[in-house]
Design a binder for this molecule. Structure first.
Ligand SMILES: O=C(O)CCC(=O)C(=O)O
Ligand SMILES: [Fe+2]
Length: 203
């Protein structure tokens, strides 16, 4: 566990089962190889989102992969997963065993450069399990967190090959987003492993 890499201020407001970072679960060569393969081989799309009646393409690319029953709503839009990529399925099995969580799907995000980003949100849809495990590949970016109520915000730098755990309760108390970084020219892929409960399991 390398929880101390999150810094003291984060440790004061969040327990390690809510937010934890492992800076190097993949070595640099592995992370680079995985980045190259997924960038080429996943079926990246750039869906449109409607905000205040106007539709805009999302400011990044994405690919949704998983078990066929892992239908998922993201920003109020339904997504059906593409079949597993073998590299993602292998990682999902390892992460499921490590965290004792049945991850059955991955939302992969591809930020082509520092202009691509993700706005503030919580991954708190009712069909989602309480734990998200995220692997980062490629250019280092900051993930920003802000409390839903009063309190201080903070950022976590996510190096290539790192693993971030977002655990039970985090989404209810906090929002997160990936801000622009004008000076970043390289691409980044984040792999967000999730449990999507089938309809019959939903509360
Ligand atoms: O790419 C990231 O670091 C954040 C991704 C994220 O928040 C999401 O997929 O919900
Ligand atoms: Fe998220």
């Amino acid at each position: 566990m390398h929880f101390d890499t999150l810094g003291r201020s984060v440790q004061q407001c969040l327990a390690p089962d809510q937010l934890a970072l492992w800076p190097a679960v993949l070595d640099q060569a592995e992370a680079e190889c995985l980045y190259g393969q997924l960038k080429e081989q996943l079926n990246w799309t750039q869906p449109e989102l409607t905000v205040f009646g106007k539709s805009h393409p999302i400011p990044r690319m994405q690919a949704w992969v998983g078990d066929p029953e892992a239908h998922y709503t993201y920003s109020s839009r339904p997504f059906a997963p593409a079949p597993w990529h073998p590299l993602l399925q292998g990682l999902a099995q390892q992460l499921s065993a490590f965290f004792k969580q049945p991850f059955n799907s991955v939302l992969a995000n591809y930020y082509r450069d520092g202009k691509d980003h993700m706005g503030w949100h919580s991954d708190d849809e009712p069909e989602l399990g309480p734990v998200i495990a995220m692997i980062s590949l490629g250019a280092q970016r900051d993930l920003a967190f802000r409390p839903r109520g009063p309190g201080a915000s903070f950022k976590v730098a996510l190096p290539s090959g790192s693993l971030l755990l977002m655990g039970p309760g985090l989404q209810q108390g906090w929002q997160h987003g990936l801000p622009n970084r004008a000076r970043v020219t390289g691409g980044r892929i984040s792999l967000t492993f999730r449990q999507v409960k089938a309809l019959r399991e939903r509360a």
